[in-house]
Design a protein around this ligand. Structure first.
Ligand code: XMP
Length: 505
């Protein structure tokens, strides 16, 4: 495997994902733990990420020199290059000219550059630069403003790039990482979701044996893949509780049921729509809606779980981005993500199992496909836990939910028909609390305004509104006002996040 050492750069997870895309397993460790981890697992190679610091700052992240003496190839990227240089006695200085963005790079001779053109575009983002070479190193590439943009010590298998090969803007970036992993580290491409599924199923069987596992299945990608994986391993000893809160999209509850009902596990669908709607009656504040739904969810789950005698394990759909510690997180707090907040306090069980905890989202989807999960579950866009409750502005009623479900369905259908569903990361309709005057036939109407929202994003922390072709918006709008009663006006949301959020509530 390859060890990715995190110095707090913004592309750290991207580096790990690029390595995984080469069918090579890798893990991200904070720099403070890198040496110990490298000694423990003896990886085939180590990659140092970038980071926001300057190596000469007093509190800048450092690395023990010993890491370069383990005989394991190391590739330093950006801050990782500067740190490698400084640790090995070379000079790193603030540059007169900051390099940021696409830059022309000229390569020289190195195994790192096998099959790569002499001149290419790379993505630069640095103020500091390596001024002189550490002993035993040679320069292997340069740009106009950076005479040492790449260096190597062939004998010790140490390599470094000032730019970011992990970013798409670096024309041959993926090839460079590939060369490092296969040509230099001699790693084999053996990380596939097929292997993963086989190993995970065996591990679950060995661990759980005749024990009972309980899972809260939401129908989202992660919990669906966990359900499928564990059911393949232990069949009826897995119980999945699907709390149908009545706030799902059109047909969604039935789709989830259809996907899991006959899969050999105990599948329990709890129809709790009435309970949830009663609790939400007259509630208009978005945060109160969230709180009520979260609490009611736990209550329903707990009631159902109590009916099952002696649960040994609680399964969760935690994935790798949820558990990666950041190199800059000196407190070393691991973000612990619970799909259903607070559950462990309410159900009596021995241990938690999280069979996806080492996988990135794309890998979870691949694994789902490998396990035979239907495309509509595997490709499902993120859907908030509180569901449509936060897409009906103000007070929630069954009637409003049904109006929204029908309109949202049409919008999604038109996006899919136009073939742009894979380019947009989240898209949905919201029912505003606003009514306006319209005219239909010869009649005056006074009905709801519907908002359409579609965003492009990679991390959901920031997002850009999607430039959907007018024709698609036109088709969706025409169909919705014609086919769904009580909507007579449609608006398209053209705000990005920030300042807006993706959801309206
Ligand atoms: P915002 O609206 O904060 O949404 O820009 C970012 C992402 O998070 C989802 N979201 C939620 N997911 N519970 C969830 O499980 C929530 O209360 C919640 N609120 C927003 C949203 O759909 C988007 O993907």
């Amino acid at each position: 495997m390859i060890l990715v050492v995190d110095f707090g750069g913004q592309y750290n997870q991207l580096i790990a994902r690029r390595v995984r895309d080469l069918n090579v397993y890798c893990e991200v460790v904070p720099y403070q733990k890198a040496l110990a981890k490298a000694k423990e697992i003896n990886p085939k190679g180590i990659i140092f990420t970038g980071g926001p610091n300057s190596v000469y700052e007093e509190n800048a992240p450092k690395i023990e020199k010993e890491i370069f003496e383990l005989g394991i190839p190391v590739l330093g990227l950006c801050y990782g290059m500067q740190l490698m240089a400084a640790s090995l006695g070379a000079e790193v200085k603030k540059s007169d000219q900051r390099e940021f963005g696409k830059t022309n790079f000229t390569r020289e001779e190195s195994s790192l550059f096998k099959n790569i053109a002499e001149n290419s575009t790379v993505w630069m983002s640095h103020i500091d630069k390596v001024e002189s070479l550490p002993q035993g190193f040679e320069k292997i590439g340069y740009t106009d403003n950076c005479p040492i943009a790449a260096m190597q010590n062939k004998e010790k298998n140490l390599y470094a790039l000032q730019f970011h090969p992990e970013v798409n803007h670096s024309e041959y970036g993926k090839e460079m990482l590939k060369n490092f992993v296969f040509e230099i580290c001699k790693q084999e491409a053996d990380w596939t979701m097929k292997n993963y599924a086989q190993t995970a199923i065996k591990e679950i069987q060995e661990k759980v044996q005749d024990g009972k596992v309980l899972l809260a299945l939401s129908g989202g990608v992660d919990s669906s893949v966990v359900a499928k994986l564990i059911s393949k391993a232990i069949g009826k000893n897995l119980t999945c509780i699907f709390v149908d809160h009545g706030l799902m999209r059109k047909n969604e509850g039935d789709e989830v049921e259809a996907a899991f009902k006959d899969s050999g596990m105990n599948f329990i669908r709890v129809d709790a729509e009435k309970r949830f709607l009663e609790k939400l009656e007259n509630v208009t504040d978005p945060e109160r809606k969230r709180k009520i739904i979260g609490e009611e969810f736990i209550r329903v789950f707990e009631e159902e779980a109590k009916k099952i005698k002696s649960v040994d394990y609680l399964a969760q759909g935690t994935i790798y981005p949820d558990i990666i510690e950041s190199g800059l997180g000196d407190s070393a707090v691991i973000k612990s993500h619970h799909n259903v907040g607070g559950l462990p306090d309410y159900v009596d069980f021995k241990e938690i199992i999280e069979p996806l905890r080492m996988l990135f989202k794309d890998e979870v989807r691949q694994l789902g496909r490998e396990l035979g999960l239907a495309d509509y579950l595997v490709d499902r866009q993120p859907f908030p836990g509180p569901g449509l409750a936060i897409r009906v502005m103000g007070e929630i009623t069954k009637e409003k939910l049904d109006i929204l479900r029908d309109a949202d369905y049409i919008f999604r259908e038109e996006i899919a028909k136009a073939g742009i569903d894979k380019d947009i990361n989240q898209y949905f309709a919201v029912l505003t609390n606003n009514r306006t005057v319209g005219v239909m036939g010869d009649f005056r109407t006074y009905d709801y305004t519907l908002g359409l929202r579609a965003v492009k994003t990679t991390d959901f922390m920031t997002a850009d509104w999607a430039r959907i072709p007018y024709e698609v918006l036109d088709k969706a709008s025409t169909r919705i006002v014609n086919e769904v009663d009580h909507i007579n006006r449609i608006v398209y949301d053209i705000t990005s996040k920030p300042p807006a959020t993706i959801e309206w509530e």
